[in-house]
Design a protein around this ligand. Structure first.
Ligand SMILES: Cc1ncc(COP(=O)(O)O)c(C=O)c1O
Length: 399
């Protein structure tokens, strides 16, 4: 059937999908060995799957059929209570009326778009930025303006000029302040404070997307927007268990002003009624047993080791050929070649050679960064990382 004759909604023009997510299925179809630095997945061995299966059994035994009933839209009480208690021990302490449990971080981003972005609204994003985040905003018709970043994160100082050029205030500013996806850089305190001041001047929502903040393995904590904002309704914080527990759980949360949370509940009810109940109860029990903090400690140590291994492999194979970032936490680093290298072309050769990454263009709505690529250092052991980076160097030679 010719799809053009279908009565599409105008908004389908903004549905661009995600090259990152599509690469998962492409890589799953390959039958040869591939060292994948592509997906932002926790290391398979970093997921506490034995604890999970034991906890699932006890959750089933203790809750009976209730495990499979519809849950409250705002989230299961057990998880909300445990999460609040855990956050109390961190700089992100919050309160029950500010909390909504979501189906992963992606739903938090989608809800932000649903509540705050009308077609044609100006939204500022980092360049490069997380593809699914910008794709979500595009799906709501955002008019996206990209602002540059450097080693201190979003160059907030450039925003007034961009806004002046656009001739209207931004409705929202989408930022990933810690160990940004895809570059791994963190926004400096000075810039966070400046961004908050500008958002207040423009009455813009700061979509504060921070899945990696708890995974700092080097350097000192930088206060986040949640802390700096002191409960300012303009700060909309999106969080997830995907990177610190497991992405397949699809459990995350939003921390926002109570008036916003009321609207979020209405909006979530038209999406999925409630977040997966068994996985909420699993996460709650994991937290109740005090498992999260020791688990995070292990992850931080392991990811620090893996990041350093990747730095060493890059020095061995790419010194003088490329430059790269030096993250103090999270999952990713960003590799930049000279202008003569096209990483979208390199991708095909690399996959044949047994290594995968995400090409830089995927992280820009205007197709910038054709000579850069994102590497996830978290999913591979140091030995596999060395193998993968050496295959990447061979692929570059072959190209
Ligand atoms: C910056 C950022 N935001 C949101 C998400 C989505 O998180 P989730 O898998 O919980 O939907 C990711 C996952 O890669 C991410 O890197």
């Amino acid at each position: 059937m010719n799809a053009e004759v279908l009565p599409w909604a105008a908004r389908t023009k903004g549905l661009v999908g995600s090259i990152i997510d599509s690469s998962t299925s492409l890589l799953q179809r390959q039958t040869h060995d591939i060292v994948s630095f592509a997906m932002g997945s926790p290391a398979a061995e970093a997921v506490p799957s034995e604890d999970f299966s034991e906890i699932y059994s006890s959750v089933l035994a203790n809750n009976g059929a209730g495990v499979f009933a519809y849950g409250a839209t705002e989230g299961e009480t057990a998880l909300r209570d445990e999460l609040l208690a855990y956050l109390e021990t961190t700089p992100e302490r919050t309160s029950a009326e500010r909390l909504l449990i979501t189906s992963g971080g992606m739903q938090g981003l989608d809800l932000a778009g649903k509540l705050f972005v009308d077609p044609g609204d100006l939204v500022i994003v980092e360049a490069p930025t997380y593809t699914n985040g910008s794709a979500t905003l595009l799906a709501y018709g955002a008019d996206i303006v990209e602002a540059p970043i450097d080693d201190d994160g979003l160059i907030v100082e450039t925003l007034p000029e961009l806004v002046q050029k656009a001739g209207r205030r931004p409705k929202a500013i989408y930022v990933i302040p810690n160990f940004q996806n895809p570059t791994g850089t963190a926004m400096s305190l000075k810039r966070r404070l400046l961004l908050l001041a500008l958002a207040r001047e423009w009455r813009s929502i700061i979509i504060d997307d921070d899945p990696y903040g708890m995974l700092r393995f080097d350097g000192r904590h930088i206060p986040g927007f949640r802390e700096l904002g002191g409960g300012d309704p303009l700060v909309f914080s999106v969080r997830t268990f995907s990177k610190i527990l497991a992405p397949g759980l699809r459990v995350g949360w939003v921390d926002a002003d109570p008036a916003i949370v009321e609207k979020l509940i209405d909006a979530k009810q038209t999406m999925d009624t409630c977040t997966n109940v068994p996985n909420q109860l699993l996460s709650a029990e994991f937290l109740r047993r005090g498992g999260l903090e020791p688990h995070l400690d292990r992850l931080r140590r392991e990811y620090q080791k893996r990041m350093r291994a990747m730095q060493t492999s890059l020095e061995n194979h790419f010194s003088g050929v490329a430059t790269w970032t030096h993250p103090q936490g999270g999952f990713f680093l960003w590799l930049t070649f000279g202008d003569n290298v096209d990483t979208s072309k390199l991708f095909d050769v690399a996959v044949q050679n047994g290594v995968a990454f995400i090409p830089g263009r995927a992280f820009s709505v205007t197709g910038q960064f054709g000579n850069a690529l994102r590497l996830c250092f978290a999913s591979q052991t140091p030995e596999r990382t060395e193998l993968g980076i050496s295959r990447l160097a061979e692929a570059l030679k072959a190209l």
